[in-house]
Design a binder for this molecule. Structure first.
Ligand SMILES: [Ca+2]
Ligand SMILES: [Ca+2]
Length: 491
C-alpha cells in the first residue's frame, strides 16, 4: 500500500511535489520506520528504446555515499520489480517489457541498515512492436543445466524478405527480452553478440554493428546500393559507403577488422549469363577500408564447377547464382579461413594471408548438401546444418550432421539428428554444439529452434507463432553475461 501511495504522490509532478521535496521524499520513500539521512537522487532519465526495452540512466553522483542503487519498476497490475545496477554503473537496460504499456520507474539510493531514499517516479510508454509474432514453447526445458541460456536470433518474413528484418533475444520460456525490428531494410542473416557486448550482424546487403542500448556503432554498405538512399535515422550518422556488396556472414577479425562474404561479378561466355560469385574481404572496422580480398572466380570455373539448377536462379537481382557462400570461420591458431560454399557443397580452407587454397571438405552433397554454418569442433570433426537441397537422389530432408574427414578425404558421419517424420528447411538454418554437449538446431523455414542431447532426446523446442516467419540462425547467449552487458547484476 505504501508503494501505491508513493506512486500517486509522484503523480504530482509540478510545484506541489517539488516544494518540500526533501522532507516529503524522505518520509514517503523510507522503507524503514526510522528516518533516513540519505538524500534522494534525481529521477532517472527513462527512454523507451524498443517495444521491450527501456533504458534508465542517472548521474554518477547518485552513488556518492551509498552501497547500492536500485531501479524500481512499477506497472499496473504487476508486482514491483527491482533492477540492480552493476557497481558504479550509470545506466541499465530494462528487458522483457510489453509493447504499448505505461511503465513507471524510480531510482533508489540504499545504504546498509535498510536506509533508503528514492527519487520521484517517471513514466515512460513503450512503443508498438512491428514484430508481428510471439514465440511458442513446444517442449519446455526442465530448468536444469542450461536454464540460464538465452537465444539471439535473426528473423525474417518469407513474404517480405527485402523489407522486414528483426533481431531478438529470448529466454527458455519464449519471453522476448530484447527486440530490434526494421521493416524497411530486409532480412537479417548472421547476427552475433561479440565479447564486448555489442552486436555485429549482416542485414541484407549491409554489415552493421550496434550496442544493446541501440547505439549505432558502424554500418558498411556498397555506395551504389539502392538502400543507401533510404533514410535511416539510427544508422545514417555512422554509415560508411564502400565498394563491396556484403552478404550472409560477417565476423570480427582480430580486434580492428571485420571479415565478410561479398558478391563478386563475372560473365559466362558460353551461356551469355552474368554470374554472381563470392569473395571474402577483410576490412578496417573503423574506416571500411579493405585490407585483404580473395575472389572465387580466381579459384573455380563456372563451366566445370557448378550446381546447374542453382545457376539457373537469379540471386539478389544481381545475376545467376553460382557459388552462394554463406558462412565464414577464421581459425586464428592456424591462420586459416573456412568458407562454406553452399552451391558447390564444400567448405574451402584458405591460408591467410597468402590466399592459397589449402584444402576442400565435401563429397558432392552426400554428407551435406547446400549446408549452413559449419562449426569445427575441438576434436577436429565438423558439425553442419545439412539442408538437403538438391541432395543426390532427390530425397528432401534436413538434419544436423557431424562428420570426420578420413585420410583419403572421405567423410564419415559420427553423429546426426534427424526427425521422424523428417523436417525440411531447404534454405537457411544452423547447428551449434553447446558447451553442455547438446546441439542447438535452427529449423529455419519452419521458424523453429530446438536443443537436443547427444542421444537425440529433445530438451527444448520453441517456434515463432506466426506462419511464414523464419529464423536464420540461433546463437546461445549466457543469461548472466547478457544481463551484465545491459548494466544489470546477474540474477
Ligand atoms: Ca558471423
Ligand atoms: Ca552456428
Amino acid at each position: 500500500m505504501l508503494r501505491q501511495a508513493v506512486h500517486r504522490g509522484a503523480g504530482l509532478t509540478g510545484a506541489a511535489w517539488l516544494i518540500g521535496m526533501t522532507s516529503l521524499s524522505l518520509a514517503a520513500c523510507s522503507d524503514s520506520s526510522t528516518s533516513s539521512n540519505l538524500s534522494p537522487p534525481a529521477a532517472p532519465t527513462a527512454t523507451a528504446l524498443s517495444a521491450r526495452n527501456v533504458s534508465l540512466s542517472w548521474e554518477a553522483s547518485a552513488w556518492d555515499g551509498v552501497d547500492q542503487l536500485r531501479v524500481e519498476r512499477q506497472q499496473a497490475g504487476s508486482e514491483l520489480v527491482a533492477l540492480r545496477p552493476s557497481p558504479q554503473g550509470e545506466r541499465v537496460l530494462d528487458l522483457g517489457l510489453e509493447p504499448e504499456q505505461d511503465v513507471d520507474y524510480r531510482l533508489c539510493r540504499e545504504q546498509a541498515g535498510a536506509q533508503r531514499a528514492c527519487s520521484d517516479w517517471v513514466t515512460v510508454t513503450t512503443p508498438a512492436s512491428a514484430l508481428g509474432t510471439t514465440v511458442d514453447v513446444t517442449v519446455a526445458h526442465d530448468g536444469g543445466q542450461g536454464a540460464d541460456d538465452l537465444f539471439l536470433i535473426g528473423v525474417l518474413e518469407f513474404d517480405n524478405q527485402a523489407g522486414f528484418g528483426a533481431i531478438l533475444v529470448l529466454d527458455r520460456a519464449g519471453q522476448l527480452l530484447w527486440e530490434h525490428v526494421d521493416t524497411t531494410r530486409g532480412y537479417v542473416n548472421d547476427a552475433e553478440l561479440l565479447d564486448d557486448g555489442t552486436l555485429l550482424f549482416n542485414q541484407y546487403a549491409e554489415v552493421r554493428s550496434m550496442s544493446l542500448f541501440f547505439e549505432p556503432i558502424s554500418r558498411f554498405i556498397h555506395a551504389d546500393h539502392p538502400l543507401v538512399a533510404l533514410p535511416d535515422s539510427l544508422f545514417d550518422p555512422v554509415t560508411i559507403e564502400t565498394e563491396q556488396f556484403y552478404h550472409h556472414d560477417a565476423d570480427l577479425f582480430g580486434s580492428d577488422a571485420i571479415l565478410s562474404v561479398v558478391f563478386t561479378a563475372g560473365h559466362d561466355d558460353v551461356t551469355g549469363w552474368d554470374i554472381v560469385g563470392d569473395g571474402v574481404v577483410a576490412f578496417d572496422r573503423a574506416t571500411g577500408e579493405d585490407s585483404w580480398f580473395i575472389d572465387l572466380f580466381d579459384y573455380y570455373d563456372v563451366q566445370t564447377d557448378s550446381c546447374l539448377p542453382c545457376l539457373e536462379e537469379l540471386t539478389f537481382g544481381q545475376g545467376h547464382d553460382w557459388t552462394h557462400s554463406n558462412a565464414l570461420w577464421f581459425d586464428s591458431e592456424q591462420s586459416e579461413i573456412y568458407l562454406n560454399i553452399r552451391n558447390l557443397d564444400r567448405i574451402a580452407v584458405f591460408d591467410y594471408p597468402s590466399g592459397d587454397l589449402l584444402r576442400e571438405i565435401g563429397d558432392g552433397g552426400v554428407t551435406f548438401s547446400h549446408a549452413h554454418d559449419p562449426q569445427v569442433l575441438p576434436d577436429g570433426s565438423i558439425l553442419v546444418f545439412d539442408n538437403g537441397l538438391h541432395r543426390p537422389g532427390g530425397e528432401e530432408y534436413s538434419r544436423a550432421v557431424q562428420f570426420e574427414e578420413g585420410t583419403g578425404g572421405q567423410l564419415e558421419v559420427v553423429w546426426e539428428y534427424r526427425e521422424d517424420p523428417d523436417f525440411y528447411s531447404d534454405v537457411m538454418g544452423d547447428a551449434d554444439r553447446l558447451a553442455s554437449g547438446n546441439t542447438l538446431i535452427t529449423d529455419a523455414v519452419n521458424g523453429r529452434m530446438l536443443e537436443v542431447e547427444p542421444g537425440g532426446g529433445k530438451v527444448w523446442e520453441a517456434r515463432l507463432a506466426r506462419p511464414g516467419m523464419r529464423i536464420y540462425k540461433t546463437q546461445r547467449v549466457a543469461g548472466a553475461t547478457f544481463r551484465q552487458w545491459c548494466g544489470l547484476e546477474p540474477l
